[in-house]
Write a protein that binds this ligand. Sequence first.
Ligand code: ADP
Ligand code: MG
Length: 347
Amino acid sequence: MNKTTLGIIGGGQLGSFLADAAKKIDVKTVILSDDPDAPGKHFSTKFIYGEYDDKVTINNFINEVDLVTYEFENIPFTILKKINEKKEVLPKPEINKLIQHRKTEKNFLNENNIITTKYVTIKNEKDLNDNTNLLPGLLKTTTLGYDGKGQYKLESLEDLNSEIDFSKEYILEKLINIKKEISVVVTRYEKNNYEIYEPIENVHEDQILKYSVIPSNISEDILKKTMKWAKKVAEKLDYIGTLCVEFFIDEDDNLYANEVAPRVHNSGHLTMNSHNISQFENHVRAVCGLERIETKKIYNAKMINLIGDDITLYRNKTFNDNEFFYDYLKKEIKNKRKMGHITIIEK
Ligand code: ADP
Ligand code: MG
């Protein structure tokens, strides 16, 4: 029996899968969530409900665990830093701080010669007027955005509307003519010690991931470059655990890094069925300092996200032996909410 108890902040599907992977390798887990109905409570050894900024809750959590990781990046840095004074937080809080802000994230990538789309900070309408060279573009909030939330497409300044709240800070990003979206999931154990998954091809609908496939249909050159860049990101961040780098390929085959997720990633869900070791197990192994096991693909696979009502079609369905259905057990079905997924392996 392993002696480590891993604390996980966040009890959504990512936290659930982390806890499930931990169970298989005898690592105990405590999930902390601000949602009393978080799906993670069905998977972790222990579940603590409370607000992330509540001292008593945080202390209870810290006392139960040996180290802490997180399933989402939008936790205030000050909270992670406080926890880290008592129990180690991995990935390091400073990494989270850098990545959770779209501008510092993109600056970091460019400083390391990793190409991104062109972008500029926007604080008010005047900044937009001064940067019309980036139109058509996407205006994105610098913090707290996910699944396309907090994003506005601007063909021209005429598309500005009252929904856009300039008390928030934005970046304006040049719109790319996307041919393909790719992601690379990598788990770094220590310096130059990795498990890296092959590039995953992703299709989005309404800016939300709809499905993911391996192998991706890309050139050898692009494949190598995406994997090289993903490793470089992990190395430069001195990262421990699983991260994901999202990429765009445009119509002229230019490659751009879009964003970094300092955590396990939706596109990596297929690794639970396609590989001997999933992105979740690799994350738990890396942060807990356990043995790294050579990660190999067993099957090609496709993962389909079940969003909103999609889930109802699957709950009573019978599946073939190459189909794996995951119900996130969320209490309420909501429009655009990720409710589950199905992975189909190619046998
Ligand atoms: P989120 O944090 O919501 O995932 P992203 O920056 O990844 O934000 O954007 C979500 C999706 O919107 C992307 O996967 C892509 O499909 C589309 N998108 C984002 N930025 C651009 C861009 N500059 N040009 C074209 N499409 C984009
Ligand atoms: Mg994204």
